[in-house]
Design a protein around this ligand. Structure first.
Ligand SMILES: [Zn+2]
Length: 424
């Protein structure tokens, strides 16, 4: 049993179940997790955890949750909460440029109060779906105060766009968000939208801002075939979109290479980085992401909705890319339930064990957001963000767990037992 010594006298809650999935160590049968002061105190076989806690003195409360599994709460590395107000308004599209055009038009027509209400709804919905930590991408900064005031942990990626933004000054000169005092105190990074919407000079400024602060960078990468055409030839629907919006730059010379290779040339991967999507990547791209230790957020349900297919998770894994999971926004996916993204990837690639997909949705995500000391696995000292999913006997653990998750049978463990969250 893993444990740590502590002063006695405080109340300890022990959660016991048929299975405990620590993620960072093998699954325990008839395991338990002891919690005190909101932190994990011990993880191990139930009898051993109880024995250890007896020695601490103080009040001890035991909850035996029975048939099911205790696991760490989930990490969703890619959302856009300000798009929640568009939920259900954009049907599946055949191409990403088509989806983007609809999303931009829809967003422009939203009243600010509806955007804010959507953000609040999202924070509650993420918690209901078992999420403790989220990677939020925002173009407006609207969600920062709401996240900072709530109990959902977050890393904030303020997303910069500017295909014709060619100057080299301080980032805050063009994006006043970065001059906010809160930016220094909160987990905030600069993000680049995508290789087809951000100038090379702006990519470098974003990289410098993050790398001098040792904060993770973020970029949508290899999301669609149109991106590859644009980078190779400077043509196609993304050029049309830029011209329509008055953002085209006549002096643009396409790099004539693939997306990750392009950003390697710009030095974007030199600090901690999170790329998002990776549906359309070359072998060279995958090798660069692996070599640079870039995390990649897969959002397969969103990719299907925007008509780009599903990422080649087997090839990414073979290449050694560190994979995490995200849902993307509710403008391109139905909800924030990461178990549904696991289910979709597992259908395409059942050779990867469900345990590995769950690692992507927990520990790997926490690492990508630099919060693995607090979240993502069950280890003494980490925050007690614990879920319980029922798996009725005689079902096997992994298919039963996926089934429960997909159907929203997701409980949070609290000192008073287990609780399913409701309401907006
Ligand atoms: Zn996105």
């Amino acid at each position: 049993m893993a444990g740590q010594t502590r002063a006695g006298g405080e109340s300890i809650t022990i959660h016991q179940a048929r299975w405990v999935i620590p993620i960072s160590s093998p699954v325990l049968t008839d395991g338990a997790v002891a919690v005190a002061d909101g932190r994990i105190l011990a993880v191990g076989p139930a009898a051993a955890v109880r024995d250890q806690c007896q020695t601490h003195g103080g009040q001890m409360i035991c909850h035996d949750h029975g048939d099911g599994a205790i696991l760490p709460a989930l990490v969703n590395t890619h959302v856009h909460l300000e798009f929640t107000a568009l939920a259900g308004t954009i049907p599946p599209q055949e191409t990403l440029p088509a989806w983007l055009a609809k999303a931009m038009a829809g967003y422009a027509s939203l009243p600010p109060a509806a955007i804010d209400q959507g953000i609040r709804h999202s924070i509650a919905a993420l918690r209901r779906s078992g999420t403790i930590l989220v990677g939020e991408v925002s173009n407006s900064g609207r969600s920062l105060d709401m996240l900072a005031a709530g109990d959902l942990a977050f890393h904030y990626f303020y997303e910069c766009l500017g295909f014709n933004l060619l100057n080299n000054g301080q980032l805050a000169a063009d994006f006043p968000f970065f001059a906010r005092p809160a930016v220094a105190e909160l987990p905030v990074s600069a993000a680049a939208h995508a290789p087809y919407s951000v100038a090379a000079a702006l990519f470098r400024r974003i990289a410098v801002w993050n790398q001098t602060r040792q904060r993770p960078g973020c970029v949508h990468l290899g999301e669609s075939p149109e991106e590859l055409v644009f980078l190779q030839q400077g043509t196609g629907p993304f050029r049309d979109l830029l011209q329509d919006r008055g953002r085209w730059y006549e002096g643009y010379t396409p790099p004539a290479c693939s997306p990750a290779v392009y950003l390697e040339q710009l030095g974007f991967w030199q600090g901690p980085s999170l790329a998002v999507h990776g549906v359309c990547l070359t072998e060279a791209d995958r090798a660069i992401l692996a070599r640079r230790g870039v995390f990649l957020a897969l959002c397969p349900r969103s990719n299907r909705h925007t008509g780009v297919g599903v990422p080649d998770v087997a090839a990414l894994r073979r290449a050694g890319v560190r994979l995490t999971l995200g849902t993307d926004s509710l403008a391109s996916t139905a909800d924030f339930n990461l178990f549904k993204d696991i289910q979709l990837l597992y259908e395409y690639c059942p050779e990867i064990p469900l345990a590995d997909y769950l690692t992507m949705a927990t520990w790997r995500g926490a690492e990508a957001l630099g919060r693995h000391h607090e979240f993502g696995s069950l280890r003494p000292g980490k925050r007690a963000a614990l879920l319980f999913l029922p798996v009725p006997a005689p079902r096997d653990l992994w298919p039963g767990l996926l089934d429960a998750g997909v159907h929203g049978q997701i409980y949070w463990l609290t000192p008073s037992g287990k609780e399913m969250l409701h309401g907006a």
